[in-house]
Each structure stands twice: as C-alpha cells, then as structure tokens.
Ligand binder design. Structure first.
Ligand code: G6P
Ligand code: ZN
Length: 546
C-alpha cells in the first residue's frame, strides 16, 4: 500500500563535493532522509525521460544507519514508480562497484550510501549520493536541482507492509517494483580480470611477494577477500581488518599515513613487507606504501601513467591524463613525455566525468588518495592496488625502486597537504578572504629564492560542455614551478577545514631522498608569512599532514 507522508522542507540539504554528508544524528531526524530521497526522485521524474520503469542501483559501505536507509529508499523507490532496483547483497556495494554495475547493466543511475572516509557509528557521519547513467556522480546542475526541490518539498511517498530480504540473492517483488539482490563483488571482479593480468599477479603472489592490504574495517574487506584472496592467492592474514564494521572499529577509515597506523608500522619494519595498500570507507580511495616509503597520491598517478603500457587494459596507450588542481604536477611531466594532454580540474571526482566520457582522458587522479581510469566513473581503490601489483609483476622491482627510477627520469615533485580541521567558519573564511584580497599585490614578489610568477583564484572552463566553475582554490605559483594552494574543504561535516597544499620540484637525483616536510620547509614558512593560518587561527600545527 502506498502511503503519502506530510513533511516540512529542510534548508540544509545542498550536496557538497560528494553528495549530502551529515552527522548520523542529522539523518536520524524524522523525515530528513526521506525528504532528500523524495527530492532525488522528483527531480529525476521531472527530467526529459522520467524515472518510471527505470533501473537504479543501490548499496552502501555498511556503516551505521545503512540498513535503515536501504529499507526506506527501497520502499520509496517502489512508491515512486522505479521499475527495478539492483541491490547489493545485505545492502553492501563499494562506490566503484556501484559505478561499474550502473554501466554494465545500463541502469538509469544509482544511489550510494556512504560518508566515504569519515568516521561512522551513532556519533559519526552518514551520506547519500546520486550517480547518473555514466556511473559517475551527478553533475552540479542535477545536485542543485535536487537541492532546490528539497527546499519546497511537503510530502513523500513510500510503500508500507510488503517485506523483502536483502540477504537473499535473486529477484523479489516490492509492490510493483522488482528488487534484484546481487553479489556485490562479481561484476566488479570480472571487470578487474579484464583490465589486469591475473595469471601474472597470481604468480607474483605465489612467488612470495610480501604484501599487506588494509581494508580498515570497511567495504573493501569482501572485495579484497574475493579478489586478492580467493582469486590471486594472498594469505588471509595479509588482508588486515577485512571484516566491515558499522563503526569501522571506531577509527577513521581513511587510507593515509595519519589514519592507517597499523599498516604504516608494518611497512616501517626493517624486514617487513615490501608493499602495503589501504582503502577507505566506501572503497574509492587508495594509499600505496613501499618499505619505509609512502607514495604520494600525486606521484602514484604519475607512475601509473608512465607504466600504463605494462598493463593489459591500457596497453594501447592513454588519450590523456587529468588531475585536480591541487594535485602535484608530477602527472604533467609524464603527459609531456608521452605527448598527451594533462587536464587540470577542480577538486571533486565529478569534474573528470566529461573528459572520460569524451575520451579525452584515460587516467585521473587527485591528491586526496583517489586514482582511477575510464573503466568506471568513480575513483577506485582496489583498481589502483591491482594496477600497482601488475606493474610490479612486470618490472620485477619493489615500490621503492620504481619510485626512485621515476624521480630520476622525471624529477621529484615534493608534495604535502596540511589540514586544519574543525575551525570556526568565520575564522576560516577570514583567512581565505584575506589571501584572496592580497592576490593582486603578490604577483612578481620575491620570497627568499622564490619569485612569485602568478597568483589567482582557480576557475575551470570545462572543455567539453563549456561550463565554468569559479572560486576553486587560491593558487600561488612560483617561477620554478613550486606552488602553494589554499582552499576550503567541501566534504567536512563539522566547522570548516582549511587545506594548504605545498609542492616543490627537484630535478637533482642527489636530492630525491629528503623528507617532504624538510624539502618543503621554506614553502611552509612562506605560506605562514603570506597566509598566516597559524597566526589567525591560534593553532600550533595542522591536524593532519599527508
Ligand atoms: C571526496 C571527493 C574527492 C575530493 C575529496 C576531498 O573524496 O570524492 O573528489 O578530492 O573528497 O574533497 P575536499 O573538498 O574535502 O578537499
Ligand atoms: Zn571514499
């Protein structure tokens, strides 16, 4: 039976960098999730080809509130005329798997439930994101339309009474809608088999290649067990934290040196593993470690691009590379040597979608531990791990040697990001506005050995659809290629987070073994002099350094 429920609009449902992300407690308010979901359905129904009878994919990273949300969305989908839902078994799907399934099954779109790398649990975060038929996050035009609808919504519809079992594979009916419960891993694993040389990978593992993969108690657990474990033969106890937990064991499921401490400790041992990798809450991020070496995500993108010819899925070459603006220019150097374009987009995976769809870029990456390719329209954690393992298997070198060779060939782009979290919004805005106002006067000024060549607020002109995205981050660019970038995070759920990105180029191989914080020390000082985050916020140091 379809029931119409009256509700009042909320005013805070504007999706951010990656969907609507809020504290679980916010989502638990009566009607909160339902009004947003109805806004999605209403917006889709108003589109040219409508929603009726269409297929949607649904799944989440298993965090606290996942089950309640899945149940509500299914009941609402059935009442809104959706034809079929492809539901990950037990409501589970990684973000890249959703993207893969939308594309493979030609679905109209999909809903991902996750707050990515943000902590979960009753006091943690929850999130919901809509992806379109290319498998990628909805473009701003659509998310804005959903937001506009949410401000005027006064009722939502759901089906009551009928029951279903999300653990039972196969088809069920919910009202007139078909719910097809699918294996969360199968389609994704099949895609990975097509891109990578699984025989060669299995040989590498059989030969004793000493690796650890940390699923951080999040969604990649089942994917890693099936693909790395069952298919490639990695020992079960080398797959760490591979059972998903609703609160991720109380930790941040964020694969970076600050949060993946257990893995860092293992890789920093004298005779420990030679390869370490981790993924985040919803499986789209990745961190790659060699023995006593954390590969910067910007370098990782550059290495994958430079070695793409070793991997079956990319053997025919790359159309281009795309990186977000704050990501280092290491990929630009590789693109130049390959004679292909390197696009610079704003932060946020959605900006890569047009370039991938138009086949202008094949590989994409961001400094925020995201890398992927045209195989899906999301970033993809396990894909990056398999890509690295494939190129290691072909080159027969550990990560540390691959990195050293890479820097010798292209120079090293020292890179670091300093995050100042949970700042008062007023203070964070004042810091950004302050720098914004000074930009004009900074050009041409000298800071120690460095001359400022250009300073601006980054504006992106999408080469495919001609759209413009302004105010995407403040950039200070120096004559020698060094950069300081400042921007406000668009994914936080508490106060404001300022991100300071630092990059400096070093061509001399004798200087490629420095700690990035030391190599970047003078830029860090310049940033504090010019921007004054510490001075104005009263903080002694950043909360997270990656
Ligand atoms: C998410 C997005 C990424 C983005 C990252 C950081 O993971 O998918 O595209 O780079 O958040 O965004 P932020 O606005 O917090 O810097
Ligand atoms: Zn994520």
């Amino acid at each position: 039976m379809i029931r119409q429920v009256d509700c009042h609009p909320f005013t805070d449902q504007r999706p951010g960098t990656s969907g609507l992300r809020k504290k679980v407690k916010v989502f638990q308010q009566p009607h909160y999730l339902a009004t947003f979901v109805q806004s999605i359905f209403d917006t889709l129904a108003a589109e040219q080809d409508g929603l009726a009878g269409k297929t949607l994919v649904l799944g989440g990273d298993g965090r606290y509130f996942n089950n309640e949300a899945i149940e509500l969305i299914l009941r609402m989908a059935a009442a809104n005329g959706v034809g079929r839902i492809l539901l990950g078994q037990d409501g589970l799907l990684s973000t890249p798997a959703v993207s893969c399934i939308i594309r493979k099954h030609k679905a109209h779109g999909g809903i991902v439930l996750s707050a990515s790398h943000n902590p979960g649990g009753p006091d943690g975060d929850f999130g919901i994101k809509y992806n379109i038929s290319n498998g990628g996050p909805a473009p701003e035009k659509l998310t804005e339309a959903i937001f506009t609808r949410s401000k005027g919504i006064t009722s939502y519809r759901l089906i009551e009474g009928a029951s279903f079992d999300s653990s039972r594979l196969g088809q069920q009916k919910l009202g007139d809608m078909t719910v097809e419960v699918i294996d969360p891993v199968a389609d994704y694993a099949e895609l990975m088999q097509r891109l990578f040389d699984f025989d060669r990978l299995a040989d590498l593992i059989k030969a004793g290649f000493d690796l650890r993969f940390d699923a951080m108690h999040a969604i990649t657990g089942p994917y890693a067990k099936r693909i790395l474990g069952d298919m490639l033969g990695v020992k079960a106890d080398w797959l760490l934290n591979a059972t998903p937990l609703p609160d991720f064991g109380g930790d941040h499921p964020d694969p970076n040196p600050a949060h993946a401490k257990e893995l860092m400790t293992l890789l920093w041992q004298e005779n420990g593993p030679v390869f370490g990798a981790a993924s985040d809450g919803d499986g789209d991020r990745n961190m790659i470690l060699g023995r006593r070496l954390a590969v910067s995500p910007s370098d990782s993108l550059a290495v994958l691009a430079a070695n793409a010819k070793h991997v079956p899925g990319y053997r025919d070459g790359l159309a281009g590379i795309a990186r977000s603006m704050p990501t280092s220019q290491a990929a630009d150097a590789v693109a130049k040597s390959l004679g292909i374009p390197c696009f610079e987009t704003p932060t946020g995976w959605k900006f890569f979608g047009n370039l991938l769809d138009a086949d202008r870029a094949t590989l994409c990456g961001e400094e925020s531990y995201g890398t992927s390719s045209n195989h899906v329209r999301e970033k993809d954690g396990l894909w990056a791990v398999l890509f690295w393992l494939n190129l290691i298997a072909v080159r027969g070198q550990p990560v540390t040697e691959i990195m050293r060779d890479h820097w010798r060939q292209f120079g090293r782009h020292y890179y670091s990001r300093h995050d100042y979290e949970t700042l008062e919004s007023d203070i964070a805005n004042k810091i950004v506005d302050g720098l914004q106002q000074e930009l004009g006067g900074l050009k041409g000024r000298a800071f120690g050995d460095r001359q400022l060549r250009h300073a601006d607020d980054f504006t992106y002109h999408d080469p495919i659809d001609g759209s413009t995205s302004a105010k995407q981050g403040l950039r200070l660019m120096f004559e020698d290629g060094a950069r300081i970038v400042l921007r406000l995070s668009g994914t936080g759920t508490e106060g404001a987070t300022l991100r300071l990105y630092l990059e400096s180029y070093q061509a001399d191989p004798a200087k490629h073994d420095l700690d990035p914080q030391i190599a970047l020390a003078d830029l860090i000082d310049i940033a504090e002099n010019v921007i004054g985050i510490k001075r104005q916020s009263g903080r002694q140091q950043p909360d997270v350094v990656t």
